[in-house]
Ligand binder design. Sequence first.
Ligand code: HEM
Length: 303
Amino acid sequence: MTPQAGICAEPNLHAFYLMFNLVPGKREQVRQALAELPVFWQHTVEQYPEATFSGLVAIGNNAWDEIYPHARPAGLTAFPAQEEGARQAPETPYDLFFQFRADRLDVAYIASQQVMALLAGLAELAYEQQGFRYLDSRDFTGFVDGTENPQDEHRAEVALVAEGRFAGGSYLHVQHYRHRMAKWRKLPVRQQEDVYGRTKLENIEYESAHKPPTAHTKRTSLKDKQGQSMEILRQSMPWGNATGQGLVFISCCNTPLHFTRMLESMFQVDGAGHFDHLTLFTQAETGSAFFAPSLEWLAKGGE
Ligand code: HEM
């Protein structure tokens, strides 16, 4: 089975993100519309080879059975919302998620307009956001993002379901984060570095013994009962406009479990009173769970 190119895509310059909710009673038409996407995107890649374009569509937890009623990915469940006082990661379900990535903004834009036309009357746009590379792949907090992401062929091992009916697919979790920049800027650089467990300018990881238990990279480096690393592939990109900045966080994985455990570890207070201090400086405004099926699944309407 062939995965959608946007799941394991290498980092690039631009992105458009769109999320839709289905218009009731259009199940068949939506399935047919989604079946056209692999050919659309292949044409885009061929037409603009230098743009390194990739397309990606994922179907939301609530919409899956509506569009593909005969079979459902076993792990597709609601977004694991978190609430610890003011630190919250809410669930905001959406039916369809699109990610268009390219090194040319115009090419990503063309793809987003194609989908707007394709889904006219079938689904309503509920979220749109443009993402872009900031400096040398930094988040707006000033730290390089993506360093410890899986590399090369390991990206596919982490992100793609390997076997069975849903082989080549991926469980996606998407969150729109808005940073509390005024609060963050007041924090001295050394303390900002403690929040991540990495240095800011040179992007060097702290020695394990020196990482605070509240460091983001400590809270998200988890192992399962067999001692295996619980990994995800992050496809996040910064967003920014005149009044706000943040991150469109995207996790792709062969299981929804790893993201869920990491999010719990970030938000929930452990026995020693610790949690991820990054959650003091950024606010999750959306949180949605999706499954991105293989190109063959899309093209055949799941048959
Ligand atoms: C690492 C930023 C949310 C999972 C990092 C790093 C940065 C960063 C700068 C260090 C460099 C790197 O390895 O990429 C952010 C920001 C977030 C955010 C700004 C939200 C606004 C999340 C969430 C998760 C997550 C929600 C998962 C639930 C990870 C993982 C690592 C990481 C697994 C690698 C840890 C390691 O092995 O060292 N993040 N992150 N991040 N983040 Fe996040």
